[in-house]
Design a protein around this ligand. Structure first.
Ligand code: ATP
Ligand code: MG
Length: 437
């Protein structure tokens, strides 16, 4: 992407309305633009990050055996009357009437709809277990939308739903999702801690929130330092093996972790002092096991192995995909801007041509750009070097390949690592190899 032709608008001034770093940086880096309170347009830079996060979420859901589908954003009120939630949900639900005066709503979540769809096909115990998910926009008319995409009114969520024959199966599905979540967040370079949580309006008796540690988080958290060193991605836990899943869940629950709502001072006292960690956190995921709450209310049964009807046991599993963009920035930034972890970076590098129009600089930049297949940002603008450095730091590309007249004359590129500030002079070939990782 040549910056001279791109729509990557950065702002020099700090927007006054933004209270936290991620919101400020997303506006300044030209990732999003507010179109009404709590509703944002995603500009090219923001969209690329959103898509990369979405893709990691998708891959880990698929790996855990969940199947992707896509349900609509607009739902009929009828379905929510069946579960009894139409009145309970209150003002957070955006209610709409169509031209025939039918009551509709912009979905805040999809338990009712997925149950209605799945029950139309599932007939017997052989149709279970299944986990279905989609990645779709939700609307919740939050009283106080704030912090940009962290608490928006329209936001992108991955929501999965499990259907099992009995409680034991449902717990297995719950654990599989828990493992998928730990792997998902780790792949994004985040340390997430699962914490026992209240079940709220979704209902049910088992629930965990996944919290990313950040000073600007909305909840106070207490956890065992053991969570900081565990590697979930490279463990060989097998989703198909119930004993593996039980071993994994056992490890998680053997360590203390709770938000202030569920904090237990007596249990906290038993954690060795050097392993106690306190701070604030951002909720990026929330999972629930709620048994037959929706299946029973909506008359969903399948024929069990003995032919008698069984009401499936369900769970639901959310990840705030758009909130994650903000959460990742909260965990990875400095005064100058964003420092994208490689797996979610919008582009792996920016090439900074410090002297456009100078033959050696232009030639080296073009060769580098071509060698990287055009899959980087090439700052070919007629701008001062200082402006280019500032924009590259702000937009946070993991690498900056800086090309000035002196280096270019010798075929050398100065490579800067955004996360550490480390710089080294390298050949074009080495620059390509490093940027490609
Ligand atoms: P919160 O307590 O933050 O309002 P919630 O418990 O209402 O979240 P869930 O219904 O569990 O949220 O939704 C699943 C995930 O969707 C949350 O963990 C969060 O990451 C994300 N999410 C929820 N509400 C919003 C919002 N208003 N803006 C952005 N993301 C959201
Ligand atoms: Mg909420």
């Amino acid at each position: 992407m040549r910056l001279s032709r791109a729509f990557l608008p950065t702002l020099k001034e700090t927007p006054a309305e933004a209270q936290i770093a991620s919101h400020r940086l997303m506006l300044r880096a030209g990732m999003i633009r507010q179109t009404s309170a709590g509703i944002y347009a995603w500009l090219p830079l923001g969209l690329r990050v959103l898509r990369r996060i979405e893709q990691i979420v998708r891959e880990e859901q698929d790996r855990a055996g969940a199947q992707e589908m896509l349900m609509p954003t607009i739902q009929p009120a009828e379905l929510w009357r069946e579960s009894g939630r139409y009145d309970d949900y209150g003002k957070e639900m955006l209610r709409i009437r169509d031209r025939h005066d039918r009551e509709m709503l912009y979905g805040p979540t999809n338990e009712e709809m997925v149950t209605d769809i799945f029950k139309a096909y599932a007939r017997s115990y052989r149709d279970l277990p299944r986990i279905l998910y989609h990645i779709q926009w939700k609307f919740r008319d939050e009283v106080r939308p704030r912090f940009g995409v962290m608490r928006g009114r329209e936001f992108l969520m991955k929501d999965a739903y499990s259907f099992d024959l009995d409680r034991e199966g449902a717990i297995r599905s719950y654990r599989a999702m828990m493992l998928a979540y730990m792997r998902t967040f780790q792949r994004m370079g985040l340390k997430a801690v699962p914490m026992a949580a209240e079940t709220g309006p979704i209902g049910g008796d088992l629930s965990h929130e996944f919290i990313i540690l950040a000073e600007t988080g909305e909840s106070a958290v207490f956890y065992d330092a053991g969570f900081e060193t565990l590697d979930w991605e490279h463990t060989d836990y097998d989703y198909e093996d119930p004993q593996d899943l039980a071993r994994f869940a056992g490890l998680l629950t053997s360590m203390y972790a709770a938000t202030d709502e569920k904090h237990d001072p007596a249990a906290w006292e038993k954690v060795p002092p050097e392993r106690r960690r306190e701070g604030r956190g951002i909720e990026v995921g929330h999972i629930f096991y709620f048994g037959t709450k929706y299946s029973a209310a909506m008359g969903f049964t399948v024929a069990g192995p003995d032919g008698r009807p069984v009401t499936p046991e369900m769970g639901s599993y959310g990840i705030g995909v758009s909130r994650l963009v903000g959460a990742i920035i909260e965990a990875n930034h400095d005064e100058a801007g964003i420092k994208w972890p490689d797996p979610v970076a919008p582009w792996p590098a920016a090439i900074l041509n410090l002297k456009p129009g100078e033959a050696a600089c232009d030639a080296l930049c073009e060769r580098l750009y071509a060698a990287l297949g055009g899959e980087v940002v090439y700052d070919d603008r007629d701008e001062r070097a200082g402006v280019k450095f500032a924009d590259a730091d702000l937009m946070g590309f993991p690498w900056q390949a800086i090309v000035g007249p002196r280096g270019a004359a010798r075929g050398r590129v100065e490579l800067k690592r955004r996360a550490t500030g480390e710089r080294q002079e390298v050949s074009l070939e080495d620059a390509v190899a490093k940027i490609r990782g």
